[in-house]
Structures are given as C-alpha cells and as structure tokens.
Write a protein that binds this ligand. Structure first.
Ligand code: ADP
Ligand code: MG
Length: 249
C-alpha cells in the first residue's frame, strides 16, 4: 500500500511511452517517449516536418497513435484500445492561429471553457486578465486588440480552466519580431505560476533556449537528444544538430 502511494506521488504529470504514428506506411512519429513534470516547460524542438505537431495532436487526443501509451499523473489516458476523449483530458491548447472568438467579448473568450457559478467564472476571468495586464479590455472585443494582446488573451483563455497539461504549437510565430521576446517572457512567467506541465513545440532553437527547462531535439520522427538547454546546445549529439542550431540563429 505504501509503495503504491509513493509511486503515485512521483508519477510525472505527462508521460508518453513509445508513441508511433504512421502515414502511408511511413512512421512520422517513430517511437517517441517523453516525461514532463508539473511546473516544467519542455520544448519539442526540430525542423519543419519532423513530427512535432503530430506528437502534440496525439497527446491532445485529436489524433490516434498506432502504438504506444499516454499517461497523465500515472493514469493511462490513451493506448491503442482505451482512449479518454480530448475534452476530458484537462489539456490547454495554444496554436499560432488559435484565434479568439470574434463575436465574444474578451471576458467571454476567457470564460469560454470554464465551469462553475457565474461569480466563480467572473473571478477567474478577472484574475487572469489582471495577470496578463489586460484587465482594461475586459469588456472589449478581439478586433480592438493588437496581435500581441490577442495572444495574451488566448493564453489567459487556455489557462483559465487550470489545465494539467498545456500544449503550445509554435504559438509565437505569427507575432512580429519586435513583440516576440516580450511575449515569450510574459508567457513563461505566467506558465510558471500555474501548475501545468508545458510542452512547447518550436522550430526555433533560440525560442527553446529561452523558454525550456528541458529540450527534446526531434528529427525525422525521433527524439535524438534530450536535456537541459545548455547541455543540448553545448554538447550537440552530432553534426546535424550543430547545423540545426547554427542555421536558424
Ligand atoms: P512538424 O510539426 O514537425 O512540422 P508534422 O507533425 O506536422 O511536422 O508532420 C510530420 C510529417 O507527417 C510531415 O511529413 C507531414 O507531411 C506528415 N503528415 C502529417 N499529418 C499527416 C496526415 N494527416 N496525412 C499524411 N501525412 C501527414
Ligand atoms: Mg508543426
């Protein structure tokens, strides 16, 4: 009994084990395993087409793996026969083009996925809008906000239901360079205040270096190296990793 209990306490927030996904007989995700603790940001970093988004979609539950398992807090949520539906996975999502609902106010956008009484929802919306420094826009509409501001509302919306896992697929690539660093830093500090395990997909080494606690370097469907940003950067696994880090910088 005591053993079982301690195993549960130590279970990572998110674990994917030996995930494989094939399209047309080709494994685009090829035996990928990853573990992320609550409060930790892991960057899945790799060139376009290497299988990052497909990996994320399987964790979100909108794509099925051909083999492998996904666990949340030590509990199986998906293998090849059993599958918790996406809406019950307590996952927050953010994509580059994950637009706000144009016809809803900022407050209603942030409240969209929330359950509970009207007062509870309002309190959570106000808290988050204060934290992204957009409280003054609470009754405004998306078109009245800049791109960066809309992005912060989208982040508030994704975090509002207190997701266990936050999946972010190149969320900053639509922003102009001038804004991007500031929003990356703000996003990171907001994420750190929440208790989610964060998986951030990017093809930009600089973004991974800036935001990750851990980098998982992906190439042709496989994770070829994994570790703290400094270690991955200073001890690249092979020439191709060196080229990848220097090309895009
Ligand atoms: P990334 O996000 O790293 O750019 P993706 O996961 O989007 O890569 O895609 C990995 C590979 O899988 C690409 O070669 C892509 O063309 C292919 N792919 C993704 N989705 C499908 C699909 N539904 N059908 C066929 N091929 C797909
Ligand atoms: Mg992608």
């Amino acid at each position: 009994m005591r053993l079982a209990l301690s195993a549960e306490i130590q279970a990572p927030r998110l674990e994917i084990r030996n995930i494989v996904r094939q399209f047309d007989g080709r494994a685009v995700v090829d035996d990928v395993s990853l573990t992320i603790q609550a409060g930790q940001v892991t960057c899945l970093l790799g060139p376009s087409g290497c299988g990052k988004s497909t990996t994320l979609r399987m964790i979100a539950g909108v794509e099925m793996q051909d083999s492998g398992e996904i666990y949340v807090d030590g509990k199986l949520i998906c293998d090849t026969v059993f599958r918790v539906p996406p809406e019950r996975r307590e996952i927050g999502l953010m994509f580059q083009d994950f637009a706000l609902f144009p016809h809803l106010s900022v407050a209603d956008n942030v409240a969209f996925g929330l359950k509970g009484s009207k007062a509870e929802k309002r309190a959570r919306v106000e808290e988050l809008l204060h934290r992204v420094d957009l409280f003054r826009f609470i009754d405004g509409f998306p078109h009245q906000l800049s791109g960066g501001e809309q992005q912060r509302v989208a982040l508030a919306r994704a975090l509002a239901p207190r997701p266990r896992i936050m999946l972010m697929d190149e969320p900053f690539s639509g922003l102009d360079n001038r804004l991007r660093d500031g929003i990356r830093d703000e996003t990171l500090s907001l994420l750190k205040e929440e208790d989610a395990a964060v998986l951030l997909v990017t093809h930009e080494p600089e973004e991974a270096m800036r935001m990750a606690d851990e980098i998982a370097l992906m190439r042709s469907g496989k994770i070829v190296q994994q570790g703290a940003p400094y270690n991955v950067y200073t001890r690249p696994v092979d020439r191709s990793a060196v080229a990848f880090f220097s090309d895009t910088n």
